[in-house]
Design a protein around this ligand. Structure first.
Ligand code: FAD
Ligand code: SIN
Length: 536
C-alpha cells in the first residue's frame, strides 16, 4: 500500500536513480559513473546531511601490521552473535582494505602517526587496532567531504537536494522503474514528480528516529526501508536495533539526536564506572570495557536499573591530550557543562544503528527486480545480530562498489510504470512523538512479550489518526509507523535473547533461533513472516 501523495507534476530520467547522499549512496554513484551510466542522485535535505557526517570512531579495515582479513572476520562474526552471513562478512573484510585505499585515492585524509603511518585505534569487539580515523573523532565528516568533492562537476550526475523519495514506480510485473519524489524547489522541479530509471538504489541510511533518544540525525526516519516494504521487498533482522552504550546523558527530556561519546574513547583507555565509582566491565568480558557493543549496553542498562540511576559514568580523565584527539566530543561535553579532562562523563545507551534492513544478496539486489539497497538501509547479513564497531562506513564503501558493478553488467531496458490504483495511506505527523516514546518504552534495550504487546496496542491506536494532507512530516511519520510495526513484530517473533535483541522473558540464546526473521508487507497492508537459515 503506497503513501498518499499528489499526482506527479513533472518527470525526469536517468539510467539509475540513487536515493541518499551518505557513504553508501555516494560510493554507488561514483562507481556507476566509472561505468559510464547516467545517475540521478536525490537526497532529502542538503547533500551532507545523514549519519555519515556524524561518524566519529572511524572505519575498520585490516591494514595494520599483524592484522589480517581473517582476524577482522573473526571479530565481526563474534559480535554478530551467530547470525552473520559468512560470505557477506568475507566480502566485507577482504574487499574492505582496497575500498579504503580507493577512498584515500579519492581524496579522504586520515590521521597519521608521527612516523607518517595511518594511525589505527581500537573499538569494542576488535582484538586489534584497525580503526582509521580522521580529524580525531570527525571521520564521517571527512569521508563525506571527500566523496562529495569527488562527485562535483560531473555532468553525468544530476543532483536534486531537498527531494524526499516517496514510493517506487513499478511496471505490471512489479519491476521497479523509478520513484516518486517530493521536491522543495523552484520552477519545474517543485512538488511531487517522478524519476524514471532502469534501476533504483536506495541508500537512505538508518531509522534511529523510531526511538525518542537516538544518535541519528533527524533525516534518519527509515524512509528507504518503508519504501522497499511497500514495493514488496523483504526485510530481515529488523529486531536487532543496536543501542550505543555511551551516549552523553543530559538531564533533559529533550528527545531526538543525542551527542555520542565514541567507543574510540574507551579504545584510548577510558573506563566505565557505576554510581559507586566502581569499574564493572572487567568481570563481564575478556575485553572488559571494549567488549562488543551489545554486551556493554546491556551491562550499563543493568547497572542503571539495579541502582535506579539514569546513567553510569565514563572516566576519560587519563587520556592524554583529550581535546586534540577527540575535538568534537570535547566540544559537545563542554557545551553540556562537562570538562572530560577533569570530570566524569555521564553516559547511557541510546538507539544507534539498524543491524537489519531490506534483505539483499551479495550484490545489493532485493527480492524485487530493479530495486537495490545499500548501506545502513540494507541487510546484507554482514552484521548479524549486532554490528561490529566501525563496520558500517566500510559496508557502504564495499557494497556500494559491488552494486554499481552489478547494475552496469545487468542494466535492463527502461520499462513503463503502471499507475497504482490503491488508495494511498497517510498518518498524521502528530503521532511521531507518541510513537517514539512507545518504542523506547516497550521495544528498547530490553523487551518482553508484555512490553511489546503494549507497544503494539499503542501503535494500533496511533494508526487511526490518518491524514489527508500529504507533506514531508506526514510521509515520515507514516514511514516510522511501518518500521515500528516491523521492529515490534520481529521482536515478538524472536523468542530468545541474542546480540542487541534482549528479551527479559527469554533471557537465553536459543540455537533453534539461529535464523533470520524475514518479513514482507503486501498491497493490502497484510504482513507475512518466513525464516531464513544462516550460513555460518
Ligand atoms: P546516511 O549517511 O545516513 O545517508 C542517508 C542519506 O539518505 C542522507 O543523505 C539522507 O538525507 C537521505 N535520505 C533519507 N531518506 C530519504 C528520502 N526519503 N529521500 C531522499 N533521501 C533520503 N559507523 C562507522 O562505521 N564508524 C563510525 O565511527 C560511526 N560513528 C557513528 C556516529 C554517529 C553519531 C552515528 C549516528 C552513526 C555512526 N556510525 C558509524 C554509523 C554510520 O555513520 C552509518 O551507519 C552510515 O554512515 C550510514 O551510511 P548510509 O550512506 O547508509 O546512510
Ligand atoms: C563510535 O564511534 O563509537 C561509533 C562507531 C560505530 O558506530 O561504528
Amino acid at each position: 500500500m503506497k503513501l498518499l501523495a499528489g499526482k506527479p507534476g513533472w518527470t525526469t530520467k536517468a539510467d539509475v536513480v540513487v536515493i541518499g547522499s551518505g557513504v553508501a549512496g555516494l560510493t554507488t554513484v561514483l562507481n556507476l559513473r566509472a561505468s559510464g551510466l547516467s545517475v540521478l542522485l536525490v537526497t532529502k535535505a542538503l547533500l551532507d546531511e545523514g549519519s555519515t557526517k556524524w561518524a566519529q570512531g572511524g572505519i575498520a579495515a585490516a591494514l595494520g601490521p599483524g592484522d589480517s582479513p581473517d582476524q577482522h572476520e573473526s571479530d565481526t562474526i563474534v559480535a554478530g552473535a551467530g547470525l552473520c552471513d559468512l560470505e557477506a562478512v568475507k566480502i566485507l573484510v577482504t574487499e574492505g582494505p582496497e575500498a579504503v585505499r580507493k577512498l584515500i585515492a579519492r581524496g579522504a585524509i586520515f590521521d597519521k602517526s608521527d612516523s607518517g603511518e595511518i594511525s589505527l585505534t581500537r573499538e569494542g569487539g576488535h582484538h586489534r587496532n584497525r580503526i582509521l580515523h580522521a580529524g580525531g573523532d570527525a571521520t564521517g565528516a571527512e569521508v563525506s567531504r571527500a566523496l562529495l568533492e569527488a562527485i562535483k562537476g560531473d555532468p553525468g550526475i544530476e543532483v536534486i537536494e531537498q527531494a524526499l523519495a516517496i514510493d517506487a514506480l513499478q511496471d505490471g510485473q512489479g519491476t521497479v522503474c523509478g520513484v516518486t519524489l517530493h521536491v522543495i524547489g523552484e520552477g519545474s522541479r517543485d512538488g511531487v514528480g517522478q524519476a524514471l530509471s532502469k534501476a533504483v538504489v536506495i541508500a537512505t541510511g538508518g531509522l534511529g528516529q523510531v526511538y525518542s533518544q537516538t544518535t541519528n540525525p533527524s533525516v534518519s526516519t527509515g524512509d528507504g526501508v518503508a519504501l522497499a516494504l511497500r514495493a514488496g521487498a523483504e526485510v530481515a533482522d529488523v529486531e536487532f536495533i543496536q543501542f550505543h552504550p555511551t551516549v552523553l546523558w543530559r538531564d533533559t527530556t529533550e528527545g531526538g539526536q543525542q551527542p555520542l561519546i565514541s567507543e574510540a574513547v574507551r579504545g584510548e583507555g577510558a573506563i566505565l564506572l557505576n554510581h559507586k565509582g566502581e569499574p564493572f566491565m572487567v568481570k563481564k568480558h575478556e575485553l572488559a570495557d571494549l567488549a562488543p557493543r551489545d554486551i556493554v549496553a546491556k551491562e550499563i542498562f543493568t547497572q542503571m536499573r539495579t541502582a535506579n540511576v539514569p546513567h553510569v559514568w565514563l572516566d576519560a580523565t587519563g587520556i592524554k591530550d583529550f581535546e586534540g584527539r577527540f575535538p568534537t566530543i570535547y566540544a559537545s561535553c563542554k557545551a553540556n557543562g562537562i570538562d572530560p579532562t577533569q570530570q566524569l562523563i555521564p553516559v547511557s545507551p541510546a538507539s544507534h544503528y539498524a543491524s537489519g534492513g531490506v534483505l539483499v544478496d551479495l550484490n545489493g539486489q532485493t527480492t524485487v527486480a530493479g530495486l537495490y539497497v545499500c548501506g545502513e538501509t540494507a541487510c546484507t547479513g554482514a552484521h548479524g545480530a549486532n554490528r561490529l564497531a566501525s563496520n558500517s562506513l566500510l559496508e557502504g564503501l564495499v557494497f556500494g562498489a559491488r552494486i554499481a558493478t552489478h547494475i552496469a553488467a545487468h542494466l535492463p531496458e527502461q520499462v513503463v510504470p503502471v499507475e497504482d490504483q490503491n488508495e494511498g495511506f497517510l498518518l498524521s505527523p502528530a503521532i511521531k512523538l507518541q510513537l517514539q516514546l512507545a518504542m523506547s518504552d516497550g521495544a528498547g534495550v530490553m523487551r518482553s512479550e508484555e512490553s511489546l504487546l503494549q507497544t503494539l496496542a499503542t501503535l494500533s491506536q496511533l494508526a487511526v489518526r490518518t491524514s489527508s494532507e500529504p507533506r514531508i512530516e506526514a510521509w515520515e511519520a507514516s514511514n516510522l509507523y511501518l518500521l515500528a510495526l516491523a521492529i515490534v513484530r520481529g521482536a515478538l517473533e524472536r523468542k530468545e535473547s541474542r546480540g542487541s535483541h534482549w528479551r527479559s522473558d527469554f533471557p537465553l540464546t536459543d540455537p533453534l533461533w539461529s535464523k533470520r526473521v524475514v518479513q514482507r508487507y503486501n498491497v493490502k497492508g497484510q504482513w507475512s513472516t518466513r525464516y531464513l537459515e544462516v550460513t555460518q
